[in-house]
Design a binder for this molecule. Structure first.
Ligand SMILES: *Cc1c(COP(=O)(O)O)cnc(C)c1O
Length: 463
């Protein structure tokens, strides 16, 4: 069955890469459920085929939608080993090799960040969880673990974050029991980056109000537009005010592997903690995230709670017992998926992928700028790009672009998404596949043009 699966996947991969067929075959939720119920018998290949048929194809060059990588095939092969061994990773003996792998990769990352020898970290399940874990550490450091012991009554803690930050930061603050007033939104500039003047002003206001800023979360890059905050500038403000700097680099911190683009995260070495996903730019299956601390001892403060049946040595900072620092107890051996790439191809392949995707996105932006049917929201810094179809006679750009996007998804030849910027709907793309070409971009623009015409014609005829 394993051999059959490898053959099946090889065919699927070849078809996707050669752009045979659609990116997705739209299936209504009720129909998907019905097809599943209709499966009879005990042949798993039927089930695998059903899932394949009803899944979006990331290796298709016309997949230009959400921020997730088409994984390198070697990672899928290592996933088989990970799943069959099923080592739980919480304590050392439940994944000895896997623990060594995490350690080695995190050390390499910390070096790439330019952090001192004291830096350390671990893998965790997703950027959202990594961000929450980092903020819990920031609070533990600021409050001497008081909240951990006594709860959040009477606390006046605040996390500062830009208006463009990922929603998981807002969610983390609320999970921490800080509510509405626990988050202070810092304004963004015209490029959707955190406004440093407003950050300083907000910190002053908070101190006047008698509130305690426990952390600033910088985005590298932001989710909607892929804009990089000025990490160096923010680090200076944090340092002057003794506030923890957490860099949410879930999407964009992999530029540390690129000589061409690493300037985008200048100042990252000064962060207290950094979140980075491997599943958005580095060809690793989801979810595979690293959380790195500049001072390794900070990481042990997050969860002061002891679990006697897991750890016998209460006070030592044992890097090899991972669950001391992770929210998870049982965790997949996700490090192997990353290591299988590094071991086989070297980290150069990360650099090549980032450069290719970021370069491609810049050339897509040029195509859009040269085409008067379209408007670019802003010049892309990363592989995320927002634009929209312009129609002067049609005042409702938002409605038209949303309709175009729905039509595209149901048609299935391309996959793109949408976002809201300053209250307006924009089409949004993430160039995730290094084999996507300028020709694909041109075809996408023409396809959008055709849909726009047909939507407008239809509206005309119903008036
Ligand atoms: C994707 C993203 C997240 C969430 O990460 P997950 O791995 O999906 O949990 C957080 N922050 C930013 C900036 C992101 O782009």
């Amino acid at each position: 069955m394993g051999h059959q699966m490898v053959d099946f996947l090889t065919d699927q991969l070849r078809d996707s890469q050669n752009a045979n067929g659609k990116v997705l075959s739209w299936t209504d939720p009720v129909d998907a459920l019905k097809s599943l119920s209709d499966l009879k018998g005990n042949d798993p290949s039927e089930l695998f085929e059903f899932v394949s048929r009803t899944s979006i194809r990331l290796h298709h060059p016309k997949y230009i939608g959400h921020q997730i990588s088409p994984p390198l095939p070697i990672t899928a092969v290592s996933s088989m080993l990970v799943d069959l061994l099923n080592n739980g990773m919480g304590v050392y003996e439940m994944g000895m090799g896997g623990t060594a792998i995490e350690r080695k990769i995190v050390e390499e990352l910390a070096t790439k960040f330019g952090m001192p020898e004291t830096a350390d970290g671990f893998f965790t399940s997703g950027g959202s969880l990594a961000n929450l874990t980092a903020l819990l550490a920031a609070r533990a450091m600021k409050t001497d673990d008081a909240v951990w012991k006594f709860g959040t009554q009477d606390v006046r803690h605040v996390v500062l974050v830009s208006e463009a930050a990922h929603y998981c930061v807002d969610r983390a603050v609320r999970i921490m029991g800080l509510g509405d007033s626990g988050i202070r939104r810092v304004k963004t500039n015209s490029k959707f980056q955190m406004c440093l003047d407003d950050l300083e002003k907000s910190i002053e206001e908070l101190s006047d109000e008698g509130r305690v800023a426990i952390a600033v979360v910088a985005s590298a890059c932001s989710t909607s537009t892929g804009s990089y905050d000025d990490l160096d500038g923010i680090a200076s403000i944090c340092q002057a005010n003794k506030i923890w700097l957490h860099v949410d680099g879930a999407h964009g911190v992999p530029v540390v592997f690129s000589r061409k683009y690493r300037h985008l995260v200048r100042g990252i070495s000064r962060a207290d903690s950094v979140t980075m996903d491997f599943h958005k730019l580095l060809m690793v299956p989801a979810v595979t995230s690293a959380l790195v601390f500049r001072n390794s001892s900070d990481a042990y403060r997050t969860f002061s709670l002891q679990a006697e049946y897991l750890f016998d040595n209460r006070d030592q900072e044992e890097w090899f017992n991972l669950a001391r620092r992770t929210f998870e107890c049982t965790k997949q051996m996700i490090g192997l998926k990353v290591m299988s790439i590094i071991h086989t191809y070297g980290t150069e392949i990360f650099e090549q992928n980032v450069d290719q995707l970021y370069d491609l996105t810049r050339s897509f932006a040029i195509l859009i700028q040269q085409d008067e049917r379209f408007e670019l929201a802003l010049e892309p810094e990363s592989n995320i790009l927002c634009f929209r179809y312009l129609e002067t006679k049609h005042q409702e750009h938002c409605e038209l672009n949303a309709k175009i996007r729905t039509a595209l998804v149901k048609d299935g030849k391309f996959y793109i998404v949408q976002t809201m910027l300053d209250g307006q709907t924009w089409l949004r793309t993430t160039v995730a596949n290094p084999f996507t070409s300028n020709e694909d971009f041109q075809q996408l623009l023409d396809e959008i043009g055709r849909w726009a015409n047909s939507i407008l014609r239809e509206e005309q005829s119903t008036i």
